[in-house]
Design a protein around this ligand. Structure first.
Ligand code: ATP
Ligand code: MG
Length: 183
């Protein structure tokens, strides 16, 4: 799965709509302290279905919404759109014909998050599984937060196993089994 574009609006410091093209190969993000480099990575994790506010450096999920500055009022929504190619056909079957997938997550104050694939409403689980099956996702070990290395070293064996399972690409299977067991 290749990521081709990231669009943010009202997400953390990216209050105005911001479009980033993601070209093949390595992408570097450079800029002065506090310019929003880490926020970009968090936007990527968030649109893939992150459920932990702490991993997004917030106390609650609504902390990702632009909270205002002296010059600008706060917002009521945050939205991130990630465009990926659809070569691997990992999305639910009704999206098989599309060449690319536009995954949208939008949060509204007091109303929680809503997810879409190519404009159609889907469950958080659909988005999370799509990225897990592609060997990535909100908890992917490829996205390394500050402090995560020391967390890994100090982790309990069960938690360390979860990290290794993510790396091995079997966490999508585990999530599906869990869902099947709940039925
Ligand atoms: P560093 O080089 O220090 O790691 P960085 O480029 O990674 O910096 P970020 O941590 O991504 O910077 O951005 C921090 C900025 O984002 C701060 O100015 C902070 O006030 C702002 N910010 C974070 N959350 C919000 C929010 N909900 N609303 C508005 N601004 C926010
Ligand atoms: Mg940073």
């Amino acid at each position: 799965m290749k990521f081709t574009q990231l669009r943010l609006a009202g997400f953390k410091s990216f209050v105005d709509p911001t479009d980033l093209r993601i070209d093949p190969g390595l992408t570097g993000v450079i800029g002065p302290n506090g310019c929003g480099k880490s926020n970009l990575l968090e936007a990527l994790r968030w649109v893939m279905g992150a459920t932990s506010a702490k991993s997004l450096r917030g106390d609650g999920m609504e902390d990702v919404i632009f909270s205002g500055t002296d010059a600008r009022p706060s917002r009521n929504h945050a939205e991130v759109v990630l465009t990926v190619d659809n070569e691997d056909k990992l999305a639910p079957a009704r999206f098989n014909d599309a060449d690319s997938l536009e995954i949208t997550r939008r949060i509204t104050r007091g109303a929680g998050s809503a997810y879409k694939i190519n404009g159609e409403e889907v469950r958080a689980k659909d988005v999370q599984l799509l990225f897990m099956d592609a060997g990535t996702g909100a908890n992917s070990p490829a996205l390394v937060r500050q402090g995560q290395i020391s967390e890994l070293i100090a982790a309990k064996p069960q938690n360390r196993r979860r990290i290794l399972e993510e790396a091995a690409g079997v966490s999508g299977l585990r999530a599906r089994r869990h869902e099947a067991e709940l039925r």
